[in-house]
Write a protein that binds this ligand. Structure first.
Ligand SMILES: CC(C)(COP(=O)(O)OP(=O)(O)OC[C@H]1O[C@@H](n2cnc3c(N)ncnc32)[C@H](O)[C@@H]1OP(=O)(O)O)[C@@H](O)C(=O)NCCC(=O)NCCS
Length: 196
C-alpha cells in the first residue's frame, strides 16, 4: 500500500476526500484541462466529481489505481490530481491534470516525479508508461524531465477523432540510475501532519 500523503517540494500529494468535489468540479469543468486527457468527461456534469472521488477507496484497496490530490506544500487549495495504475492495461500507468490557474510552476513535474518514486520505491513495478497527445508539448516536457523516453507514436481515438499519441516509458533500471541507485533515494517524504 502506498502512503496516504507525501511531499515533493513544491507539492503535496494526499488522498481525495468528498470535500474536494467542488474544487475538482471547478478545475476540470474547464475544457482546456479536460480535453487533452483520456478520462475526464467533457462536458463535466454536476455530481461527476463526487462520483469520481467515491471510486478511489475501492481502487486503492484493490491496488489497481492510486489517485492523489495535488496541493502546494504551502497551501491547502486543490490544484490538480495524479493517478498511478501499477499494472498498465488499456490505460497507461500515469495520468495527471493541473487546474489552469496553477499551470507553469512545475507542479505537474514535481507530482510526476513523486508518483514515479512511489511506484518504484513501494511497488514491484518494472516499467511505467504514460502517453499524451502529440499536440500536448507541456505533457511531453513533463515526462521528458521525469526520464520517460518516447517508445512509439500511435494513432488512437480521442473524443471522436483519430489522433497521434506519443507513448513514453520509464524502466526501474533507468530510474535507479537517475536517482543514484541508493535504496530510498528519490523517494518523496511521507507526510504525517493532519489535514490542513
Ligand atoms: C499539461 C499540464 C499537466 C502541465 O502542468 P504544469 O504544472 O503547468 O507543468 P509543469 O510546470 O510541471 O511543466 C510544464 C513544462 O512544459 C513546458 N511547456 C508548457 N507549454 C509548452 C508548450 N506549448 N510547448 C512546449 N513546452 C511547453 C513548460 O515550459 C514546462 O517545461 P520547463 O520546466 O522545461 O520550462 C497542465 O497544463 C494540464 O493539466 N493540462 C490539461 C490536462 C493534460 O494535458 N493532462 C495531461 C494529459 S497527457
Amino acid at each position: 500500500m502506498l502512503p496516504d500523503r507525501v511531499t515533493s517540494h513544491p507539492v503535496l500529494l494526499r488522498l481525495f476526500t468528498p470535500a474536494d468535489a467542488p474544487g475538482v468540479q471547478a478545475l476540470v469543468a474547464d475544457a482546456q484541462v479536460a480535453e487533452p486527457t483520456a478520462s475526464i468527461p467533457l462536458p463535466y456534469s454536476p455530481g461527476a466529481a463526487t462520483a469520481w472521488i467515491a471510486t478511489h477507496d475501492a481502487d486503492r484497496q484493490r491496488g489497481t489505481l492510486y489517485t492523489y490530490a495535488i496541493t502546494r506544500t504551502d497551501g491547502a487549495a486543490l490544484i490538480g490530481a495524479i493517478t498511478l495504475r501499477p499494472v498498465a492495461d488499456l490505460h497507461d500507468s500515469i495520468g495527471y491534470w493541473i487546474g489552469r490557474p496553477y499551470w507553469g510552476h512545475g507542479y505537474a513535474t514535481a507530482a510526476t516525479m513523486a508518483i514515479t518514486a512511489l511506484a518504484f520505491g513501494y511497488l514491484d513495478c518494472e516499467t511505467l508508461t504514460a502517453s499524451h497527445l502529440e499536440r500536448n508539448p507541456a505533457s511531453a516536457r513533463i515526462l521528458e524531465k521525469c526520464g520517460f523516453t518516447l517508445l512509439r507514436t500511435v494513432m488512437r481515438e480521442h473524443r471522436g477523432q483519430v489522433e497521434a499519441f506519443c507513448v513514453r516509458g520509464l524502466s526501474r533500471d533507468v530510474w535507479e540510475l537517475r536517482i543514484g541507485g541508493s535504496p530510498g533515494a528519490g523517494l518523496p517524504a511521507e507526510d504525517s501532519t493532519a489535514d490542513r
